[in-house]
Design a protein around this ligand. Structure first.
Ligand code: ADP
Ligand code: ADP
Ligand code: ZN
Length: 213
């Protein structure tokens, strides 16, 4: 099963992708998480990506594509994957289609987690991410059991630098300009499905599993 998650920053792609990965036994691949791991480890790629990420801009396609193709080559991708945050541009989507096609393969579904811009700022303001494992929480909607600590690994929770309101606004603009056109792209491919991302986490997941089962 090969799935792409679409949606604005903060729509809940990561939250749902992790649940899909656990239920269907496929890896959850988040380009944002991979970039952040590279930043944390001080790699050259991380250093390049950080300049864009901190400003709320997309990392150039060239860098992103090299990174994701490398990830696809790993053994755990042989049964499929759920992609979270990739593709984010038409050029990335076309490269993905082409690379799958070269192996007589294709995506099964693109799931758009639909959340209006008004809700996004609130979602991002309350997002807390684990520095150690990338686990994601929300102070109101998905609070950790112990405030400031990750439920999964006990790590410290922090506010992502790019979740500050000004940067969120920039990311939303970038989303509408560069990523939203993918909804049309996958509609034309006949694999787009939309779920209402304003419902609570478990209700959204129920909609998604109904589509996948
Ligand atoms: P969110 O979960 O809020 O949508 P991500 O963690 O997916 O954010 O991405 C954080 C940042 O990493 C993006 O704002 C962008 O700078 C960079 N990034 C992640 N994925 C991509 C991609 N496919 N193409 C370009 N930049 C990306
Ligand atoms: P994305 O990967 O699309 O950027 P996340 O999954 O990181 O989004 O979710 C953004 C924030 O919103 C997080 O703090 C998360 O806990 C919270 N969240 C996710 N899904 C929902 C939901 N259905 N309702 C309310 N809050 C949610
Ligand atoms: Zn953690």
């Amino acid at each position: 099963m090969k799935i792409v998650m679409l949606g604005a920053p903060g729509a809940g792609k990561g939250t749902q992708a992790k649940m899909i990965a656990a239920k269907y036994g496929i890896p959850h691949i988040s380009t944002g998480d991979i970039f952040r791991a590279n930043i944390k480890n001080g790699t050259e790629l991380g250093e390049k990506a950080k300049q864009y990420m901190d400003q709320g801009l997309l990392v150039p396609d060239e860098l992103t594509l090299a990174l994701i193709m490398d990830r696809f080559a790993q053994a755990d991708c042989s049964n499929g994957y759920v992609l979270d945050g990739f593709p984010r541009t038409i050029a990335q989507a076309e490269a993905l289609t082409a690379s799958l096609k070269a192996n007589n393969d294709a995506l099964d579904m693109a799931i758009d987690v639909d959340v209006p811009d008004e809700n996004i700022i609130e979602r991002m303001g309350g997002r807390r991410a684990c520095v150690a494992c990338g686990g994601t929480f929300h102070v109101l909607y998905n609070p950790p059991r112990i405030s400031g600590k990750c439920d999964l690994c006990g790590g410290e929770l922090s506010i992502r630098k790019d979740d500050l309101p000004e940067t969120v606004k920039r990311r939303l603009t970038v989303y509408h300009e560069q990523t939203q056109p993918l909804i049309d792209y996958y509609t034309k491919e006949g694999i787009l499905r939309t779920v209402d991302g304003t419902k609570d986490v478990n209700e959204v997941f129920a909609e998604i599993t109904a589509l996948l089962d």
